[in-house]
Design a protein around this ligand. Structure first.
Ligand code: GSH
Length: 251
């Protein structure tokens, strides 16, 4: 099946590990496969980046559908007719449309258990979810696009003040994240946020550090956090999921 691009979505083919490793489909080509999963994403969206990481870690083929949220395409048809919350990411799978990155990742983890993104024990799962939520529920909601736009457009905040807001809440949240990591009993032996394999917590951490760098947030004095970030970025799955590897990437 040939899938033609439908404006304003750009369908960019499969960005999965399976495709990039073997089938030789370069980015920006039209897909010739019918994928059972379709990810609506924006290269710079950190919530989408979380799901891209999970899909890559699990090697799940999917079609990438770009939604240009900076241009407002998420609030207009055709995306607005598909997505209830008009946010990215959205994953279409088995005729269902799934929203909320962490719910999507947990769904993928249940349906495709290997490699596991949550520990086998209840305590471990709680710790990993707490780390993930420190990013996704504490930092990200204060700093996402619509909040920053509201500060500037409605509250008439100047750009520098908006950036200070971003840096303040991001740094504050990452310091809390670092304290959480340092309180884990076995933390000093962990390669990633929690253990020797990436978890949901790493899926959330890495995109947040990308955003922090984009906004010039001071990342000094966060040794465990940054060690986990570096360990993740040494893995091909994280490299393939990063914004610059996305078909809709803009420099
Ligand atoms: N909690 C949601 C957050 C989704 C979200 O806010 N996505 C951002 C991109 S990272 C978005 O679509 N922003 C559009 C806007 O703020 O208008 C999740 O984890 O999926």
């Amino acid at each position: 099946m040939v899938v033609a691009p439908v404006p304003p979505f750009s369908r960019a083919g499969d960005s999965s590990r399976a495709n990039q490793a073997g089938c030789g489909m370069p980015p920006r080509t039209v897909s010739v496969y019918a994928f059972s999963m379709k990810l609506y994403s924006y290269f710079r969206s950190s919530a989408s980046f979380r799901v891209r990481i999970a899909l890559e870690l699990k090697g799940l083929p999917h079609e990438y559908v770009a939604v240009h949220i900076a241009k407002g395409d998420h609030r207009n048809e055709p995306y607005a007719a598909l997505s209830a919350d008009t946010l990215v990411p959205m994953l279409e799978v088995d005729g269902e449309r799934l929203s909320q990155s962490m719910a999507i990742i947990e769904y993928l983890d249940e349906k495709h258990p290997a490699p596991a993104l949550l520990p086998v024990d209840a305590l471990g799962r709680t710790k990993v979810r707490a780390l993930a939520q420190s990013i996704a529920c504490e930092i990200h909601p204060l700093n996402n696009l619509r909040v920053l736009k509201y500060l500037v457009k409605e509250l008439k905040v100047v750009d520098e003040a908006k950036n200070s807001w971003y840096r303040h809440w991001c740094r504050d949240g990452l310091e809390a994240f670092e304290r959480q990591l340092s309180q884990l009993p076995a933390a000093r032996h962990f390669r990633f946020c929690y253990g020797d394999t990436p978890t949901l917590a790493d899926c959330c951490l890495v995109p947040q550090i990308f955003n922090a760098r984009r906004f010039d947030v001071n990342l000094d004095g966060l040794p465990r956090t940054m060690a986990a970030f570096e360990a993740c970025m040494a893995l091909p799955a994280f490299q393939k999921a990063q914004p610059s590897a996305c078909p809709d990437f803009e420099a």
